[in-house]
Design a protein around this ligand. Structure first.
Ligand code: ZN
Ligand code: ZN
Length: 102
């Protein structure tokens, strides 16, 4: 039987030091929104990189926010859905800073 790759581990955010309680879908810090390059496919923890992933941009589609993360080590980008636990002010700041860049 194929094992589902959902994991529920807790982690300490390496960017801001927040203790994050994993719910199996958490792949970024709800406080500062930074992530870590540990997955090739979501949840598989198969990437060797381990670099911190900076939230670079945010997209709003069908009322859902998606964060675009870029790895500070290898430059890999990934889209991550936001969760209801996420710091909404940070998400708004991110979308505001994008508008300034246009
Ligand atoms: Zn953080
Ligand atoms: Zn990376």
């Amino acid at each position: 039987m194929k094992k589902f790759s959902r994991r529920t581990e807790d982690f300490i955010c390496e960017h801001c030091g927040t203790k994050v309680t994993g719910n199996g879908y958490t792949n970024h810090c709800p406080n500062c929104l930074w992530s870590k390059h540990v997955d090739i496919n979501p949840g598989d923890r198969a990437a060797d990189c381990g670099g911190l992933m900076k939230p670079e941009a945010v997209e709003l589609k069908n009322g859902e926010y998606t964060i675009i993360h870029r790895c500070t080590k290898c430059g890999h980008t990934r889209r991550n859905k936001t969760s209801t636990d996420d710091n909404f002010e940070e998400i708004l700041n991110l979308s505001k800073s994008m508008i300034h860049r246009l």
